[in-house]
Design a binder for this molecule. Structure first.
Ligand code: BGC
Length: 421
């Protein structure tokens, strides 16, 4: 009964809303952050070595995905973004694990069975050990290695899913791994304070010796990541031309006051953080995922409220980020955006302001097709472990009990209303 009413409500609202019909509303997760008991990747090894917190059982989502998708459904979601754990699927170089593929096929079926559209990312930061230990994306043949994996994914999973992203936030992975030295493979270049804009914390930063040469390694890695995306795109489309293949791009909104020098800073920063990579992949994308978390305004005097990550609360920035990406002329999805808010004090308001920002971008012509909040569940926040809570759903990591936060119901109201008045 309630289901029918929700459907009717959505239909009615779709008619009048600025959000296009069939707009995707949902949340996102990633394999290593939620599944639990993943041992053969670079992050698990770094955890064993004490360089980052251990992920351990995480949310035990590997076994509890049905329960979690029930929650997503109850919350009215019609889309869900998840990632595949490459180290499960290709545990040894060139050897693909059929059972692991069956697991993900079941996961995708479970999502679809609840009327939810899956959006799958092929790798979300974590690399199989055999790959990372042999150089990972520093390897010249990395694009071929990644394309081989992408092809196998397309062969086995394209009947369950249409929207695939090759990778999550290449720039974040590159800068944390090869400039800041805070994420695997912990390589550092001394000017890293200039790029300390992403999700790691000084407490956990590796005191890896800084080398100038790491800057060049970083540049090579970024090139290889773009090439890997392009090669994977080609292979996946060859297997199944109907797939919609994207890249998930982390965009920082660099903006400024009117000062000319500050404007120049913002321009250059946006070029290096966003456009450079996008220009390299723009001929190999069917759609684009936007991950938006923060902005940097040069010459800004304003005081912002801060999230638990100590990031400015500025969800409005999403509008301009969508406009930046809309110049590539492809459908856009907000593939992640969220706030660490243990007490659930800001989240509902944050989501509301953000959805208004998305609506304004649509009004200005951005082809936005979906919005996925980060994250469905509280989870392993990389170098910060389990302290940061981004979830619509609170997870008790001792008991694995899930509790839906009030803000999740506010998001439900918004999506049933198909936006905010
Ligand atoms: C990443 C997520 C992460 C989130 C919050 C994004 O950059 O894709 O894995 O948990 O930010 O820091």
């Amino acid at each position: 009964m309630e289901k029918k009413m929700n459907k009717a409500l959505t239909k009615k609202n779709e008619k009048t809303s600025i959000f296009p019909r069939g707009f995707f509303w949902g949340a996102a997760t990633s394999s290593y952050q939620v599944e639990g008991d993943i041992v053969h990747n670079d992050w698990a090894k770094a955890g064993e070595e004490g360089k980052v917190p251990k992920a351990g059982a995480a949310c035990d989502h590997f076994h509890r995905y049905e329960e979690d998708f029930d929650i997503a459904k109850e919350l009215g979601h019609n889309a869900h973004r998840l990632s595949l754990e490459w180290s499960r699927l290709e545990p040894r170089e060139g050897m693909f694990d059929e059972e692991a593929f069956r697991h993900y096929a079941n996961v995708l079926k479970a999502i679809r069975a609840r009327g939810i559209e899956p959006f799958v990312t092929l790798f979300h930061f974590t690399l199989p050990l055999w790959f990372s230990e042999s150089g990972g994306f520093e390897r010249r043949d990395a694009p071929e290695i990644f394309a081989r994996y992408a092809k196998e994914v397309a062969i086995r999973l394209s009947s369950y899913c249409t929207h695939f992203s090759t990778m999550n936030e290449p720039n974040v992975m590159g800068s944390n791994g090869w400039l800041r030295g805070s994420w695997p493979p912990f390589k550092r270049f001394s000017l890293t304070s200039l790029v300390s804009i992403t999700n790691s914390d000084k407490t956990f930063e590796r005191k890896a010796p800084s080398r100038v040469s790491n800057l060049f390694v970083y540049l090579r890695v970024m090139k290889h990541l773009a090439q890997s995306h392009n090669r994977a795109y080609e292979e996946m489309k060859r297997v199944s031309p109907a797939l919609l293949v994207s890249v998930v791009k982390h965009v920082i909104l660099f903006h400024s006051n009117q000062n000319v020098v500050n404007r120049l800073f913002a321009y250059v920063s946006n070029y290096y953080w966003t456009y450079k990579f996008m220009n390299r992949v723009k001929r190999h994308i069917d759609e684009i995922g936007l991950n938006y978390y923060f902005h940097k305004k040069y010459g800004d005097r304003e005081k912002y409220e801060k999230s638990d990550m100590n990031w400015d609360i500025y969800p409005e920035g999403i509008e301009e980020c969508l406009m930046m990406l809309s110049q590539y002329g492809k459908p856009l999805y907000v593939s992640e955006s969220g706030v660490a808010d243990r007490e659930d004090r800001f989240r509902a308001d944050y989501i509301e302001r953000q959805v208004r920002g998305v609506a304004r971008a649509i009004e200005r012509g951005a082809p936005v097709r979906g919005h996925m909040y980060w994250s469905l569940l509280d989870n392993y926040e990389w170098a910060l472990g389990y302290d940061m809570r981004f979830g619509l759903v609170h997870v008790d990591f001792e008991t694995q009990k899930r509790t839906i936060r009030p803000s999740a119901y506010r998001y439900k109201e918004i999506l049933l209303a198909h936006g905010v008045e």
